[in-house]
Design a protein around this ligand. Structure first.
Ligand SMILES: [Zn+2]
Length: 207
C-alpha cells in the first residue's frame, strides 16, 4: 500500500505541519482549506473533506489519482480536489498545492472580482521566475461556484494563456497556490498572505 511508503509518510507530515502553521496564523478557519502533495506521476495525497487543518493526523489524508479516482477506500476527498488535480496534470514539476481561506484573501477577492496586480514588492522575489522587485504579478480572481470541474477547466484555460501566474483567488473564498515541494508551496502562501496584508493596509491608510 502506498500509505505505508516513506514518501507518503513524509508528505503527510509536511502537510500536517503546514496545517498547524496556517491555523496559528488564522488562514484556515473552521474546516476551511485543503492541501495536497504529489506522490508520483499519477497519484497525490490530499486532505479528506471536513477536517480542521490545525489538527490533522494520518486519518485526515487519503490518496487519489490524477483522474480523480479514490484510492483510499472509505474516505472522501475535499470537494475541491479537481482544483488540485488540474495543477498536477498541467505541470509535472508541481509537487504540492495549498489552499487557504484568510480574511485578507477573501476581502481582496471581493474588492477585485476581475483580478488584482501586485506591483514592485521585494517579496515578489519569493515566486519562481521573478528576480527583480521592479515587477508585477497578476493574481486572477475566479467566480466561486459549486461546479468544481467547470472552475478547474476555467483555471486551466487561464493558465494556458498566462503562464507566469503563481496563484489565484476564488471570489469570497480563498487562495490557491503551488510549488515544487510542500516547503516551496508554504513559502508561496506566506508571500501571498504578506502581500495581501500590504494591499489591505495601504487601502486602509491611504486618504
Ligand atoms: Zn476552499
Amino acid at each position: 500500500m502506498i500509505e505505508d511508503s516513506l514518501e507518503y509518510k513524509a508528505q503527510v507530515r509536511l502537510l500536517a505541519d503546514a496545517g498547524r502553521l496556517f491555523a496559528q496564523r488564522g488562514w484556515v478557519p473552521a474546516t476551511a482549506g485543503n492541501f495536497s502533495a504529489r506522490l508520483n506521476e499519477e497519484q497525490i495525497v490530499i486532505t479528506v473533506s471536513g477536517r480542521h487543518k490545525g489538527h490533522l493526523d494520518d486519518s485526515g489524508f487519503m490518496v487519489v489519482d490524477l483522474e480523480g479516482n479514490i484510492l483510499s477506500p472509505g474516505k472522501t476527498p475535499s470537494a475541491e480536489t479537481f482544483l488540485h488535480i488540474i495543477m498536477y496534470r498541467r505541470d509535472p514539476s508541481i509537487g504540492a498545492v495549498l489552499h487557504t481561506h484568510s480574511a485578507n484573501a477573501t476581502v481582496l477577492s471581493r474588492l477585485f472580482p476581475y483580478g488584482l496586480t501586485l506591483n514592485d514588492y521585494v517579496v515578489l522575489k519569493a515566486f519562481p521566475a521573478i528576480t527583480s522587485h521592479e515587477t508585477s504579478l497578476p493574481v486572477p480572481v475566479f467566480p466561486n461556484t459549486q461546479d468544481v470541474p467547470q472552475l478547474a477547466a476555467q483555471v486551466d484555460d487561464y493558465m494556458n494563456r498566462h503562464p507566469g501566474v503563481s496563484g489565484y483567488l476564488v471570489s469570497g473564498h480563498g487562495l490557491y497556490t503551488w510549488g515544487r515541494s510542500v516547503e516551496a508551496a508554504i513559502q508561496h502562501v506566506e508571500a501571498f498572505e504578506f502581500l495581501f496584508e500590504c494591499e489591505i493596509l495601504s487601502r486602509r491608510l491611504s486618504p
